[in-house]
Design a protein around this ligand. Structure first.
Ligand SMILES: *[C@@H]1O[C@H](CO)[C@@H](O)[C@H](O)[C@H]1NC(C)=O
Ligand SMILES: *[C@@H]1O[C@H](CO)[C@@H](O)[C@H](O)[C@H]1NC(C)=O
Ligand SMILES: *[C@@H]1O[C@H](CO)[C@@H](O)[C@H](O)[C@H]1NC(C)=O
Ligand SMILES: *[C@@H]1O[C@H](CO)[C@@H](O)[C@H](O)[C@H]1NC(C)=O
Ligand SMILES: *[C@@H]1O[C@H](CO)[C@@H](O)[C@H](O)[C@H]1NC(C)=O
Ligand SMILES: *[C@@H]1O[C@H](CO)[C@@H](O)[C@H](O)[C@H]1NC(C)=O
Ligand SMILES: *[C@@H]1O[C@H](CO)[C@@H](O)[C@H](O)[C@H]1NC(C)=O
Ligand SMILES: *[C@@H]1O[C@H](CO)[C@@H](O)[C@H](O)[C@H]1NC(C)=O
Ligand SMILES: *[C@@H]1O[C@H](CO)[C@@H](O)[C@H](O)[C@H]1NC(C)=O
Ligand SMILES: *[C@@H]1O[C@H](CO)[C@@H](O)[C@H](O)[C@H]1NC(C)=O
Ligand SMILES: *[C@@H]1O[C@H](CO)[C@@H](O)[C@H](O)[C@H]1NC(C)=O
Ligand SMILES: *[C@@H]1O[C@H](CO)[C@@H](O)[C@H](O)[C@H]1NC(C)=O
Length: 662
């Protein structure tokens, strides 16, 4: 078996402090093992490329299919030889606050997830960053790079609830985030069980050995670092410690075949100790024991385990060449530092033994991810319209990082929901996507200023919480679903569906299969919105067969639209100018004149207060299918700019040429 040195640690027990998980060079392999279920991603590798790492024979693939942002970089050549190939490249994220990988996994499976970070002076400037790494909506670790030639890794034992895992790098303003490798290894469900929470690795050690191990020695590809203290003495066996069949933790034989006992055979074994950053931090500890010495009939080895001097478990008698894993079914907490010792029992002829141990910190991932239906719907919307924004990671969570254009509701104990979607001016083409109707909690939908075609779909009426629907300035046609009109009428929905804007542009559309005419007024043409609004409301109450009925109005910001009853033959000006093929008969002309006069007469004498049109002209006399006439735009002239662009005060209003010279 050919091996490279992991960093071996030898230090006086008194001086031993919590060991940081940094500084792994790596180790080697012999024969291939089953890699099934492994996901091994070398970040920054060119698209579609892959390689087999020569020491581990693990097959790594490019990260390009898991992310669509970031840039590929290589570490400086002079340090390549001291690192395995999966960290020779990396992906850095100079753009965006949050960049996320989305990796398909088997939901409900327990995984060992490892992120590796080797800066390698890829930027030529040795700019060493600090950044956060998230799993979905929750922070996993803060990564701080202190030395560009030392690789840092972080491990997490976690059960993804969904069939994908999102790993996000978040820029916290302390330099450009990057990542070198992502590795996922399935574990046995019955191992590393917690009451709640996931487990972040604090320390994993193979005591009494002078090398580090990983796959294929470890079928789960855990990294084991060697650890030695001056107060320990080594024991080992050349025989296989067959843990695989007996123990769910499957500590590798090579790890279990080395062990330590105290140098002073009658003293306790000071096993390991560490400091906690916070007394409320919770830990899970796993100790692996196997007898490596064939005991004589008159020999025995049994010991108790103490934590901070207090009895914790025992007596324990390790089995010969078979692993016993000792762990607590619930987390350890409440102290600033922890020290585990192994104390020989009175009957025991031999001192205590320890082969390996692992310490994990509990991570509570409390922020739930966005509701699955919302996630699926928004993902489809993103792909349907080919949305170019950085829409990665969880759409809503964490709170400060919701996707651009989305607002969400956050309530305790329920997944966040998408409540608002704004995709205005986003170059959307095609029809309104049916996937929008699956965002069932949507209250606000703004698709204005795109090039959407087709009709206003019926499925939008299924969005029962919708309060604002803005579809303006698209190329939509056809009728508007009756239910939406109804909700707009009863005031529960603000509906904006008009076509291209601008003053005087008349858009003919259908509302509930009734044809209408719409006249848009540009912002500059309205002086005093409040006044305009009250005037329009008043005019909506004026009804006469020779006055066009104003059936409604709508507004968006400063743009106003007036909705009139539909007049099939347009305005009189079109007919007098000869644009139309039909020549008006003398009889038609007379009737039109009397119709218009009757309309004026009603305005002057039938209305209280009287309405003065102030802009009577051919374009304001509209004709129905039988060439009967109605007046339009009465009472509004003071709000309209003049066609000729001449300023007209509100007192004397109208179109020059039609104005009373006085
Ligand atoms: C990667 O492979 C896929 C599938 O074989 C192929 O469609 C794609 O064009 C390849 N991309 C590049 C950049 O070679
Ligand atoms: C991940 O799974 C989804 C849904 O099953 C699938 O559409 C997608 O292609 C998968 N992605 C990769 C990279 O395999
Ligand atoms: C970084 O680590 C390397 C390898 O351990 C070491 O030789 C070097 O001195 C370190 N650099 C700094 C700046 O600490
Ligand atoms: C894994 O174990 C947990 C608790 O021990 C159990 O609730 C869960 O159902 C198991 N999952 C599978 C897939 O067996
Ligand atoms: C135990 O083995 C390690 C690794 O071989 C070595 O560094 C250490 O000195 C040994 N300890 C003793 C007490 O022999
Ligand atoms: C293991 O094998 C080596 C070489 O064959 C031998 O020197 C050593 O004494 C053996 N150790 C044990 C504990 O049997
Ligand atoms: C060995 O340990 C015992 C019990 O702790 C102690 O009494 C004794 O002095 C120690 N011997 C040495 C040489 O340190
Ligand atoms: C310790 O952790 C608890 C719970 O996570 C937190 O509320 C508290 O602020 C932390 N204390 C310190 C000193 O960091
Ligand atoms: C155990 O038995 C062996 C002979 O089998 C003997 O040499 C040794 O002294 C005995 N040890 C003890 C502690 O009784
Ligand atoms: C070990 O634990 C057992 C069971 O609790 C106890 O009876 C015994 O006194 C302990 N021995 C030592 C040396 O602590
Ligand atoms: C969405 O959230 C942003 C930021 O909090 C806010 O400014 C905006 O008004 C919200 N939009 C909607 C439609 O609620
Ligand atoms: C206008 O009034 C006249 C007479 O009252 C009527 O005959 C005519 O049909 C009316 N015009 C329209 C468009 O209804």
């Amino acid at each position: 078996m050919k091996k490279m040195k992991l960093r071996s640690m030898t230090m006086g027990f008194k001086h031993f402090i919590f060991a940081l998980l940094a500084g792994l060079a790596l180790l080697l392999v012999v024969h291939a093992q089953d890699q099934s279920g492994f996901i091994s991603i070398a970040c920054g590798l060119p698209v579609n490329s892959s390689f087999t790492e020569k020491n581990t024979e693990i097959n790594y693939i490019s990260d390009a299919t898991f992310i669509d942002t970031g840039t590929s970089n290589s570490i400086s050549t002079d340090i390549k030889d001291s690192h395995q190939q999966q960290v020779w490249n990396l992906r850095s994220f100079p753009q965006g606050n949050r960049n996320c990988y989305s990796i398909n996994v088997t939901g409900g499976t327990k995984y060992l997830i490892r992120g590796t970070f080797l800066h390698g002076n890829y930027d030529g400037q040795d700019n060493l960053p600090q950044f956060d790494v998230y799993i979905g909506a929750n922070i996993w670790e803060t990564v701080r790079v202190d030395n560009s030639s030392i690789s840092i890794w972080r491990e997490l034992i976690h059960v993804p609830s969904r069939n994908y895992l999102q790993l996000c790098l978040v820029n916290t303003g302390r330099g450009t985030p990057f990542i070198s490798a992502i590795e996922l290894r399935p574990l046995i469900n019955a191992s590393y069980v917690t009451k709640s929470g996931s487990l972040a690795l604090n320390w994993r050690a193979d005591v009494g050995s002078n090398e580090g191990y990983r796959y294929p020695d470890d079928v789960h590809d855990r990294y084991w670092q060697s650890l030695n203290y001056f107060s320990w003495t080594n024991l080992s066996t050349n025989l296989t410690v067959d843990s695989q069949n007996h123990n769910d933790y499957q500590a590798p034989s090579v790890v279990m075949s080395t062990a330590v006992t105290p140098l002073n055979g009658s003293a306790p074994l000071g096993a390991f100790k560490w400091d906690s950053d916070n007394a409320s931090t919770e830990y899970y500890v796993y100790m692996h024991f196997a007898e490596v010495v064939k005991l004589e009939a008159n020999q025995s080895r049994s010991f108790n385990v103490t934590l901070n001097g207090k009895y914790w478990y025992g007596p324990l008698v390790p089995d010969y060449l078979s692993t016993t894993t000792l762990y607590s079914p619930s987390a350890i907490s409440g102290s600033g530092n922890y020290q585990f010792s192994l104390v020989k029992t009175e009957k025991s002829t031999l001192p205590p033994i320890l082969n390996a141990f692992e310490i994990y910190k509990v991570k509570y991932f409390l922020q739930s991810e966005t509701d699955q239906e919302d996630v699926d719907a928004i993902a489809k919307i993103k792909s349907t319209y080919g949305i170019k924004r950085i829409w990665q990671g969880d759409p809503c969570a964490p709170k400060g990082y919701s996707w651009d254009g989305l607002n969400c509701s956050f309530e305790a104990n329920t997944p966040p929901r998408i409540t608002s979607l704004t995709l205005s001016s986003s170059g959307l083409t095609g029809q309104i996507s049916a996937d929008i109707s699956n965002l069932v909690m949507l209250q606000y939908l703004d698709l204005s200023n795109n090039s959407l075609t087709g009709s206003v779909p019926d499925f939008l009426s299924q969005l029962q919480y919708l309060r604002v629907l803005n579809l303006e300035r698209n190329q939509l046609s056809g009728s508007v679903p009756a239910q939406l009109i109804e909700r707009s009428d009863n005031g529960s929905l603000s509906l904006r569906i008009l076509g291209k804007g601008g003053f005087g542009t008349v858009y003919h559309g259908n509302i509930e299969d009734t044809q209408v005419a719409v006249k848009m007024l540009s912002p500059s043409s309205i002086q005093g919105f409040q006044q305009f609004q009250s005037e329009v409301k008043l005019l909506m109450r004026v009804h006469h067969r020779n006055l066009t009925t104003l059936v409604g109005y709508c507004y968006e910001g400063t743009n106003m639209g007036l909705i009139y009853e539909y007049m099939a033959n347009g305005d009189l000006a079109e007919h007098l100018s000869g644009e139309k093929t039909k020549i008006l008969s003398w009889e038609d002309r007379l009737r039109i004149a009397t119709d218009a006069a009757q309309g004026l007469e009603y305005m002057h004498h039938g209305c209280k207060p009287p309405i003065i049109h102030r802009d009577v002209k051919c374009t304001n006399i509209l004709l129905n299918e039988n060439f009967h006439a109605k007046l339009a735009d009465f009472g509004l002239s003071k709000f309209f700019p003049t066609d000729g662009g001449t300023h007209v005060s509100t007192r004397v209003a109208g179109t020059p040429g039609y104005l009373d010279p006085e």
